[in-house]
Design a protein around this ligand. Structure first.
Ligand code: MLT
Length: 273
């Protein structure tokens, strides 16, 4: 496995590694990188395997039995992504980092803290959830994979935008809508398919013990990973903090960057050095 080769790395101080969702790339963290890197943090955001400039990273893996419809589809597992984040930390000589993941990035963060607890300073989990997919959800992923491989990302972008963004964002922030649409359209269908495959195969994180300071963020209007998913994690992760962001759906950090940034900064600033 090669360390992730495409990443942003700005500022100095406590490291925070930001992991994007699917089918996005590291540019979704632009506002957070700008904000944190000027306030004494080292803000790092990689393109996870198969995304952004790391499109060559996907590899063909062994599909799980339940995923027979994906036999020929490459597999990017959440655990492999977590291992690649560790390799990036090693390459950058970072001993410990706060890991912040949105949605799929949150699954990778769950894997990371289990695999490498000593390297995890804290977790920030946004728009994500602990349980694995149920069978209908897996089937829906397989349909998406078939669609993206056959027709590209256009249909996915148009179908998903109204769920990713709150009505207020769509009405009042056309630049956010445009940025997100462009990000999805630029995604590599093979890479996104491999991640869908990996998410379908991911394990249930509900009973993992998470013993690091944890911030949970959710958009009040998120239909994909609703508030109940965040409350479930909040109830299970000892001492965790929950931040519900109004007028945001799935892409809280892009829709309400000031509120997201403040919540993150407040959380990070309470970590003892
Ligand atoms: C994401 O935003 O990363 C996806 O919605 C995650 C998922 O499909 O579970």
């Amino acid at each position: 496995m090669k360390p992730l080769s495409a990443f942003s790395d700005s500022g100095g101080g406590i490291a925070i590694i930001m992991l994007h969702g699917d089918p996005f790339d590291r540019s979704m963290w632009r506002d957070q990188i700008e904000f944190l890197s000027t306030l004494g943090y080292r803000a790092i955001a990689p393109d996870l395997r198969g995304f952004g400039e790391n499109v060559a990273q996907t590899s063909v893996g062994e599909p799980a039995e339940a995923n027979h419809r994906l036999k020929s589809v490459p597999l990017s597992t959440m655990a492999d992504m977590a291992r690649e984040v560790l390799e990036l930390m090693d390459a950058l000589k970072i001993d410990q980092a706060a890991i912040c993941g949105l949605s799929m990035g949150g699954y990778v963060a769950f894997e990371f803290v289990q695999l490498f607890p000593a390297r995890t300073r804290a977790l920030a989990l946004a728009g994500t959830r602990a349980p694995a997919d149920n069978e209908p959800e897996r089937q829906a992923r397989f349909q998406q994979v078939e669609q993206m491989l056959a027709k590209g990302m256009g249909g996915i972008a148009e179908a998903s935008l109204p769920k990713l963004l709150a009505p207020r964002t769509v009405a009042e922030k056309p630049e956010v809508v445009a940025r997100l649409r462009e990000m999805i359209l630029l995604a590599d269908p093979q890479g996104a398919a491999a991640a869908q495959h990996g998410m379908a195969a991911r394990r249930d994180y509900s009973n993992d013990s998470v013993n690091v300071p944890t911030l949970i963020i959710v958009g009040r209007d998120d239909p994909i990973r609703p508030v109940a998913d965040a409350e479930f994690m909040h109830a299970r992760i000892p001492g965790s903090r929950l931040e519900i962001i109004e007028d945001a759906a799935h892409m809280t950090n892009m829709e309400q960057p000031e509120i997201f940034n403040r919540a993150l900064l407040d959380f990070l600033s309470r970590l003892t050095h």
